[in-house]
Design a protein around this ligand. Structure first.
Ligand code: NAD
Ligand code: UD1
Length: 337
């Protein structure tokens, strides 16, 4: 039986695909290359020795989805496909509701037509919004404050309603904290277009000399050193979380939301220090004003993932900064070079 992996050519999806193929799992990737390229498929083949089954197409194309599900005997779906830039979602919210929400509804409709009952969905810690308490547990109230976060929260609610209406469905929303790092082979990693918005890709672009200096967004938060604190998680640990989620769904029906995080945070300065000491590369930085919409500090209560999935993070911040740097230094231009 086959797993349909939407968005499997993207950053997180490609790492999941490598792990699943290395475990002998059968899958088909569906991606429209909106934010990725065919080079990723070559890298996956290189790392795993298996050329992944691939269909170029859009999750909003229901006829295509039902054809793929039928022809490939799809039994479960891991749904990574979507847009993820918070700033862009504020400028162009309809783009986010169309791809992230409407795309997920079409996927659920195709699954219903084809009798596919298991879904793992890429959600985000951003669904919680301003922390009422920290660490976030899964029953923390949801109040996202940008259209991207709202789109993730809406899809979660839709999944929950679908499961309530049909007790035979089995669906899990995985709320990722801050995924960083890369495949240990150095052949796959994060390859953002243009100037990165997120911390780790910005650091690696400074390290490789493409950008001059990192802007640290605020040093006057109520945190260990005044800079923002986040729960960073290695992308390979995150990939393993999806394998465990699929295992769980093979034995349980209904809807669950589960945090995937380490359960502790690091400040921006702590991440810079880890990067410098593990990799022996200096990261020049300047303190800048706070970034609009940033929160001071949050991390996951990861106990539900341990209880339900027998999953917890294994890789450390040193593994994350090392693997991010191996990927960037061996592929200074990303997949394009
Ligand atoms: P990514 O942009 O690297 O990967 C997404 C993939 O989906 C890309 O290959 C893109 O081409 C594809 N895609 C987009 N729209 C599509 C469509 N309509 N049809 C088919 N393919 C489509 O992003 P990522 O970092 O790998 O994130 C994967 C998922 O995890 C996203 O849903 C994202 O919102 C979520 N997420 C990411 C993070 C993060 O920090 N990276 C954190 C929380 C949640
Ligand atoms: C961002 C998204 C969030 C998403 C998460 C996934 C925003 C506002 N939020 O979260 O929705 O779920 O990615 O990874 O984009 N920082 C700097 N300089 C930089 C970049 C970041 O100091 O150049 C700081 C930030 O202020 C923050 C920390 O580094 O304290 C992490 O930032 P980032 O990697 O952008 O992630 P989040 O803001 O946590």
């Amino acid at each position: 039986m086959t797993i349909l992996v939407t968005g499997g050519a993207g950053y997180i999806g490609s790492h999941f695909v490598c792990l699943a193929l290395s475990k002998g799992m059968k899958l088909v990737i569906l991606d429209n290359f909106d934010n990725s390229s065919a080079q990723v498929l070559k890298a996956i083949a290189d790392v795993t020795g298996v050329a992944p089954d691939f269909v170029e197409g859009d999750v909003r194309d229901k006829a295509l989805l039902t054809r793929v599900m039928t022809e490939k005997q799809v039994e479960s779906v891991v749904h990574f496909a979507g847009h993820k830039a918070v700033g862009e979602s504020t400028q162009n919210p309809l783009k986010y509701y169309d791809n992230n929400v409407y795309g997920s509804v079409v996927l659920l409709q195709a699954m219903a037509e084809c009798g596919v009952r298991k879904l793992v969905f890429s959600s985000s810690a951003t669904v919680y919004g301003v922390p009422e308490f920290n660490p976030y547990t899964e029953d923390h109230r949801k109040k996202p404050f940008n259209p991207y976060g709202q789109s993730k929260s809406m899809v979660e609610d839709i999944m929950e309603d679908a499961c309530r209406a049909d007790p035979g469905l089995a669906m899990m929303a995985l709320r990722y904290f801050n995924p960083i790092g890369a495949h240990p082979s150095g052949k796959l990693g994060e390859d953002p277009k243009g100037i990165p918005n997120n911390l780790m890709p910005y650091i690696t672009k400074v390290a490789v000399g493409e950008l001059k200096s990192l802007g640290v967004f605020g040093d006057d938060y109520d945190t260990v050193d005044g800079t923002g604190v986040r729960d960073y998680i290695h992308v390979m640990d995150l990939a393993e979380g999806h394998i465990r989620a699929l295992e769980y769904l093979s034995a349980h029906s209904g809807y669950e939301a589960v945090n995937l995080g380490a359960g502790h945070g690091y400040s921006v300065l702590q991440v810079i220090q880890a990067f410098e000491s593990v990799n022996g590369v200096a990261i020049p930085y300047d303190v800048k004003p706070r970034r609009d919409g940033d929160l001071a500090a949050y991390w996951a209560d990861a106990s539900k993932a341990l209880r339900l999935l027998n999953w917890k993070t294994r890789l450390t911040i040193d593994d994350m900064v090392r693997d991010s740097w191996v990927w960037q230094s061996e592929n200074p231009g990303g997949y394009g070079a």
